[in-house]
Design a protein around this ligand. Structure first.
Ligand code: GRF
Length: 228
């Protein structure tokens, strides 16, 4: 497989985005690529819901988009295998899960270890899974946010690369908090992918490395960059 290169003049790394819904993180990536903040090229958007707005956003941007329907497959593994055959045909350097709402199995993930990331709306390991904003409010946490992590078969449990934090306000409800988290998701995802696409971030075993140095704690978003 082609590896990402730190050479700015080299062809941009190829990204495949997996998405199930609205696609606002996908749009943030498209915008960042268009204005030169992200050295990458999105070569396809794949998903599990044919009517997902994310697919329409991709097509509007001239990018191939395809959804397979889980009900057309005999099992979860069969669906994953078909989806990842489509992914592999696009020859990505990296895969980005941006609002992709299905678990991925260990078999399809294995060849992509260290090259597939997900954005999740919580400060992992807190609040894995769904309804993170409501659960954060119920738990009474002072801070909430978003995480970008390498994907493993452990739901939202792969090694965390970078996080963005927001303060929970006394009058927050889930919708208000979600809206503020979403605002920081975009620069978080863009900045993390920029490091990955420049070859500066790697995964060895369960250890995330920046320029070869293991991260003890996730990088943090500040001024649209993620730093130690
Ligand atoms: C985001 O909150 C992301 O963190 C989560 O799903 C949501 C997707 O939103 N995984 P969008 O489809 O990118 O607008």
């Amino acid at each position: 497989m082609a590896a990402a290169t730190p050479d700015a003049a080299a062809a941009p790394p190829r990204l495949v985005v997996l998405a199930s819904g609205r696609g606002s993180n996908l749009q943030a990536l498209l915008d960042a690529i268009a204005d030169g903040r992200l050295h990458a090229r999105i070569v396809g958007v794949l998903g599990d819901r044919p009517k997902a707005p994310a697919l329409a956003r991709a097509r509007d941007a001239g990018i191939a988009a395809l959804a397979l329907r889980p009900r057309d497959f005999a099992s979860r593994d069969a669906f994953d295998a078909a989806l990842f055959a489509e992914v592999a045909a696009l020859q990505p350097d990296f895969i980005v899960c941006a609002g992709y709402m299905r678990l991925l199995g260990a078999d399809v993930l294995a060849p992509w270890a260290g090259r597939i990331v997900n954005i999740h709306p919580s400060l992992l390991p807190a609040f894995k899974g769904l309804d993170t904003h409501a659960r954060a409010i119920t738990a009474g946490v002072a801070e909430h946010g978003a995480s970008v992590h390498f994907v493993t078969a452990d739901l939202d449990g792969g090694p965390v690369i970078a996080q963005a934090r927001v303060a929970v306000q006394p009058d927050d409800d889930a919708a208000k908090l979600a809206a503020r988290v979403l605002v920081v998701e975009y620069p978080l995802l863009v900045a993390t992918l920029e490091l990955l696409c420049r070859g500066r971030l790697t995964l060895q075993g369960n250890v995330v490395r920046l320029e070869g140095v293991p991260l003890d704690t996730p990088l943090q978003l500040a001024a649209n960059r993620v730093t130690a």
